[in-house]
Design a protein around this ligand. Structure first.
Ligand code: ATP
Ligand code: MG
Length: 317
């Protein structure tokens, strides 16, 4: 088994020149974090702190001002079909139908497949997000915002990338559709070796889906302040996880960060020397310190934890 993290984000900084040309805007500075193979990681932070910018750098669609992103021991230098992206603004090709938008990605990903295979595979994923029965023939301008978002989700799932990068993928969906597609995401993720990095503003969604939630402080000079481990066993059911002992301690910890601590952690003083290689603080709200020993941790039946335990103990659990 390959024990190096799938992704290593090292001292990542993104600056923009100010419109007036005097002072630069330092969106985030020296962001460091790892994502393990098979892990589901959410990131939460206030609007404008730099979440989409980080995701675009991970996708290889934007360059950092300094620092590196390493995926599978290779530096990310441009886009790749190993990374599927659902953008905050959907980014569909406006002249292609919903089906052809998905086919476009699938054909590039699986060039050896027949036309029939590509079409069937693409349609399967559109059906999965509730867009069959004629909707697949419409162009993006003929679809609602939520339908466009679903096409974008279908396209990202259908190319079966190693890493799924999701930028608020469910923002435009009603609660019912959102729940159905969240369940599909978890099913696709747990049936494959995929790793997920997802931006969300919804703390309940993050607790439902993630193995770990990264908390990003406010910009400018934003940092990845904490890594919150979600010690709630899978499968997780919406109606049941709220009764788990760790649920409210985790939720309160996240809300407290967003309302209070996110403001206090950033370094506004440019004369402060940069802090390099600082990984976010790992936090396990709701777990008493005595239980932190691996043997006494609650049973978490997700594949990432299983992999990690196997790597640590050398035995299959
Ligand atoms: N091309 C650009 N030129 C200058 N500033 C930019 C550019 N793109 C983004 N920014 C700035 O970078 C900061 C981070 O933007 P980003 O889109 O990453 O935020 P975000 O955390 O995703 O916010 P939201 O939750 O609202 O989507 C913002 O202050 C934004 O104004
Ligand atoms: Mg954003």
């Amino acid at each position: 088994m390959n024990n190096t993290p799938l992704l290593q984000i090292q001292n990542l900084t993104r600056k923009y020149p100010s419109p007036e040309g005097d002072q630069e805007l330092i969106v985030f500075e020296n962001a460091n974090f790892n994502i393990e193979r098979g892990e589901f990681v959410c990131i939460i932070g206030h609007s404008g702190c730099g979440k989409s910018t980080i995701l675009n750098v991970l996708a290889g669609l934007d360059d950092a001002s300094s620092g590196v992103v390493i995926m599978d021991n290779t530096e990310v230098k441009g886009p790749s079909l190993d990374r599927g992206v659902v953008f905050q603004n959907y980014s569909l090709l406006p002249w292609l139908s919903a089906l052809n938008n998905v086919i476009f990605g699938v054909r590039a990903r699986f060039p050896d497949w027949s036309r029939k295979q590509v079409k069937e595979h693409s349609y399967k994923y559109l059906k999965m997000v509730g867009l069959g029965d004629g909707a697949e023939q419409r162009n993006p301008s003929q679809l609602s915002g939520g339908m466009r978002q679903r096409v974008s989700i279908a396209r990202a799932f259908a190319i079966q990338p190693k890493l799924l990068l999701l930028d608020e993928p469910f923002g435009a969906l009603d609660a019912l559709t959102r729940g159905t597609i969240q369940d599909e995401l978890i099913r696709v993720w747990s049936d494959t070796d995929q790793t997920v990095f997802m931006i969300t503003h919804d703390v309940d969604e993050a607790i439902l889906l993630a193995d770990r939630i990264l908390l990003m402080s406010n910009g400018p000079y934003a940092t990845i302040a904490e890594s919150v481990v979600i010690d709630i066993p899978r499968p997780r059911k919406r109606a049941e996880i709220i009764h788990h002992d760790a649920y409210y301690p985790i939720r309160n910890h996240l809300v407290d960060f967003l309302t209070t601590r996110s403001k206090n952690t950033h370094q506004m003083d440019p004369s402060t020397p940069p802090v390099l290689n600082q990984q976010p603080l790992t936090v396990r709200p709701g777990i008493v310190p005595d239980a932190l020993h691996l043997n006494t941790l609650p049973t978490v039946s997700n594949k990432f934890t299983k992999n990690r335990l196997t790597a640590l103990t050398g035995t299959e659990s």
